[in-house]
Design a binder for this molecule. Structure first.
Ligand code: AP5
Length: 200
């Protein structure tokens, strides 16, 4: 597990529809990160008809949170099997329990935490206008996802703010405008990013 120490790990937090996935695509293109979306990993697990897939589907349909050990194990599998040295872990940790499970299983904290801050009515509008046929993109489930976000995710945001690792980004504006804000943050991490690519 010594490889883990040399990786650059960034967590990407924000409510449903705050634009995490959209900004992650831009970060990947510009900085060569590998993007791990907790939601995508879970949806892939469902599609693979694995042992946990059906149970995960029921939880996601309800807008609830999947048990931490399941999500962390999926992330661990990706971190171990990839050659990459820079990872964006999007939509994770969703709760203090998630965060603690990650620290215990992976054995370290992230280098940087981005938090996309977006008003609720804007998040609802964006999710409802998305047309990808996701089982959780209906008004009833979105409301539950927003409640889960307020109750479980905001304590994680506050934890990283207290540790001085959190970078709050206003998620209002065009995709380009928001990405400019993200680039300003990454410009302060240039040394650490260079180090992660040298050591791997
Ligand atoms: P997940 O897939 O992570 O979904 P989410 O957090 O609800 O976020 P979304 O993917 O809906 O939105 P996003 O912020 O990525 O926004 P996007 O860029 O797509 O999680 C789904 C479920 O999986 C959870 O509810 C939970 O059940 C489970 N889960 C996930 N992680 C878990 C964990 N750690 N533990 C347990 N369970 C977990 O943008 C949204 C739309 O807006 C798009 O159409 C986009 O084109 C548009 N848009 C983006 N930016 C802008 C902009 N600036 N202006 C206008 N439109 C914009």
């Amino acid at each position: 597990f010594s490889r883990m120490k040399n990786l650059f790990l960034a967590f990407v937090l924000g409510g449903p529809g705050s634009g995490k996935g959209t900004q992650c695509e831009r970060i990947v293109e510009t900085y060569g990160f590998t993007h791990l979306s907790a939601g995508d990993l879970l949806r892939r697990e469902i599609a693979s008809n694995s042992e946990h897939g059906a149970a995960i589907l029921d939880i996601i349909k309800e807008g609830k949170i999947v048990p931490s050990n399941v999500t962390v194990k999926l992330i661990q599998r990706e971190l171990e099997s990839s050659e990459s040295s820079r990872f964006l872990i999007d939509g994770f940790p969703r709760s203090d329990e998630n965060r603690i499970a990650f620290e215990q299983i992976i054995g370290r904290e992230p280098d940087l935490v981005l938090f996309f801050d977006c008003p609720e009515e804007e998040m609802v509008k964006r999710v409802l206008s998305r047309n990808q046929g996701r089982v959780d993109d209906n008004i009833e489930t979105i409301k539950k996802r927003l409640t889960v976000f307020q109750e479980l995710n905001l304590p994680v945001v506050n934890y990283y703010a207290e540790k001085g690792k959190l970078h709050k980004v206003s998620a209002v504006g065009t995709v380009d405008e928001i990405f400019e804000r993200v680039q300003q943050i990454f410009s302060n991490y240039k040394c650490l990013l260079d180090q992660s690519s040298d050591e791997n």
